[in-house]
Write a protein that binds this ligand. Structure first.
Ligand code: CA
Length: 238
């Protein structure tokens, strides 16, 4: 069983051991690195499918490692932070991290994030994008309890009511749903749903989220599905 190759960058021996054991148990091949330089070396030579990267490392820190790797490869990076300050998350997103876990975290949580991030990359590789409806997705439906997203008809049913969304509204919902459980920054959402050439600003995302909530939330002012992550963006709970 090989579900993918994961590079774990962490300088705390007991945590490396726990991560190594837990990930192997889930069928992942695990490579470890205890500092930033070793991390870069392993990432370049082993081309992992995903990297779990601690921020506080001796020498080159996790932010720096992330910034360098982003220029070289398109691997999902989950950052581990001991600090809870949102500034860390913002800096992390700026340097290109895909996801965050604040220490202490449970292995169950880590595995869930690893799976979600790998799934997202695999979807990307299959070129099922949010902006085009390919024949592959023509029959696909995403179902979350009372919410059904019909990708062929581009319509959404919530609590038995059918909604025909505006094109970008629909694309946004699909993008959020496909990346469920992952915090998505406004910039990333803009880039992926609206495209690089769009210069309408991140308020556009907020406006579309508000429209979506009016259709798919029981109480739009107390959203349970599209959650606001302060200072960053949004996360879809599915
Ligand atoms: Ca550390």
């Amino acid at each position: 069983m090989n579900n993918g190759k994961i590079l774990v960058v962490e300088d705390e021996p007991s945590l490396i051991e726990t991560l190594d054991y837990s990930l192997r148990k889930q069928g992942y091949e695990v490579i470890t690195a205890v500092d930033g330089r070793k991390a870069l070396e392993e990432a370049r030579h082993q081309t992992p499918d995903l990297i779990v990267l601690d921020i506080m490392l001796p020498g080159l820190d996790g932010f720096e490692v992330c910034r360098i790797l982003r220029r070289e490869m398109n691997v999902p990076i989950i950052m581990l932070t001991a600090r809870t300050e949102e500034v860390d998350k913002v800096v992390g997103l700026e340097v290109g991290a895909d996801d965050y876990l604040t220490k202490p975290f449970s292995m169950r949580e880590l595995i869930a994030r690893v799976k979600a991030n790998l799934r997202r990359v695999r979807i990307d590789r299959e070129e099922i994008t949010t902006t085009t409806t390919t024949p592959n997705v023509a029959t696909e439906r995403m179902i979350f309890d009372e919410l059904t997203i019909d990708l062929s008809r581009r319509e959404v049913t919530f609590q038995g009511r059918v909604h025909h969304l505006k094109p970008k509204e629909f694309d946004l919902l699909v993008f959020l749903a496909r990346n469920r459980g992952i915090v998505l920054s406004r910039d990333l959402i803009l880039e992926r749903v609206w495209g690089w050439e769009f210069d309408g600003g991140s308020r556009t995302v907020d406006v579309h989220v508000r429209w979506l909530r009016e259709k798919i939330e029981t109480n739009p002012s107390d959203p349970q599905r599209i959650i606001t992550v302060r200072g960053i963006g949004y996360r879809f709970e599915g």
